[in-house]
Write a protein of this length. Structure first.
Length: 96
């Protein structure tokens, strides 16, 4: 296992999620969802964490089911194929 140290500052947000989130949401999408949830923040930090986690999971799931969405997974798959693209990869990636 690799061990890394990453400096963080007060107010930084760390997102720990499965590939189901990162295969279907770009970093900018994640940042926007977090910002939206912070703007609508309720009474406690715990409630904010819960609502943000649900919002991220719901959006990742919705995009995973969209066959026309150019997901991070589809984009990376297209780059891996290099110049030999027989069928352009597109669509979200349902979690396995």
């Amino acid at each position: 296992a690799d061990i890394e140290t990453i400096p963080v500052l007060p107010g930084d947000i760390i997102v720990a999620a499965t590939d189901g989130v990162f295969d279907n949401l770009f970093d900018s999408d994640i940042e926007e969802i977090i910002s939206d949830e912070e703007s609508a923040a309720g009474s406690s930090d715990l409630e904010l964490v819960k609502s943000t986690a649900k919002a991220l999971a719901d959006e990742a799931f919705a995009r995973s089911m969209d066959a026309r969405y150019m997901s991070p997974f589809a984009q990376a798959k297209g780059e891996q194929q290099g110049g030999f693209v027989f069928q352009k990869p597109i669509g979200g990636k349902p979690d396995d």
